[in-house]
Design a binder for this molecule. Structure first.
Ligand SMILES: Cc1cc2nc3c(=O)[nH]c(=O)nc-3n(C[C@H](O)[C@H](O)[C@H](O)COP(=O)(O)O)c2cc1C
Length: 166
């Protein structure tokens, strides 16, 4: 099973989740490539069996240039210009439609009740853009905007990754 994970991350939490999902997938026998959204070409490589798309939730949805700029001003991230320009919203809009199975995930803050999920928005956007087998996957929780991830989330991400090989 060949898997491509496309991930966006401002503070590193969603990237850590993507790497844990990759570990779980590999434990289940998959060959996995994890690519930052700023670097992954728009066409899904031939022979890909599963595409996983993950990003942080900003303003109840996928990030936008304005929200990324806001995050990057706090994150001291490398490669800030490219990160401000491209998130999963823009990657999906530019991607070549494909019939591959796609599963999304996101990170967001575990507070009483904040609605909205980048995973939900991404699955909807993928379907509208011609990815006919797109489904919403998991949310993984951070304690606050810069992180850290809530205890146990990396283990849960590994288990979820493994479950995707079933
Ligand atoms: C501008 C901005 C808007 C945000 N809006 C939301 C939100 O609507 N809901 C939420 O749960 N978290 C929100 N967050 C917190 C992010 O989800 C959190 O920073 C992210 O999950 C961390 O992942 P990362 O380290 O990969 O960037 C927001 C963060 C920023 C910077």
């Amino acid at each position: 099973m060949n898997v491509l994970i496309v991930v966006e991350s401002m503070f590193g939490n969603t990237r850590a989740v993507a790497d844990a999902v990759a570990e779980g997938l590999r434990a289940g026998g998959a060959a996995v490539v994890v690519g930052d959204v700023t670097e992954v070409p728009p066409a899904v490589p031939h022979g890909t069996d599963l595409l996983v798309v993950g990003g942080p939730t900003h303003a109840f949805s996928m990030t936008r240039e304005s929200t990324r700029t806001d995050a990057l001003s706090k994150a001291h991230a490398e490669n800030s210009g490219a990160k401000a320009a491209t998130g999963i919203r823009e990657w999906i809009a530019a991607a070549t439609p494909d019939q591959v199975r796609v599963v999304t995930f996101d990170t967001r803050v575990k507070k009483a009740f904040i609605p909205g999920s980048a995973a939900k928005s991404a699955a909807k956007s993928l379907a509208e853009h011609g990815f006919t087998h797109a489904e919403r996957g998991e949310t993984f929780w951070v304690a606050d905007t810069p992180g850290p991830l809530v205890d146990g989330e990396l283990e849960r991400a590994q288990e979820w990754g493994r479950s995707l090989t079933a």
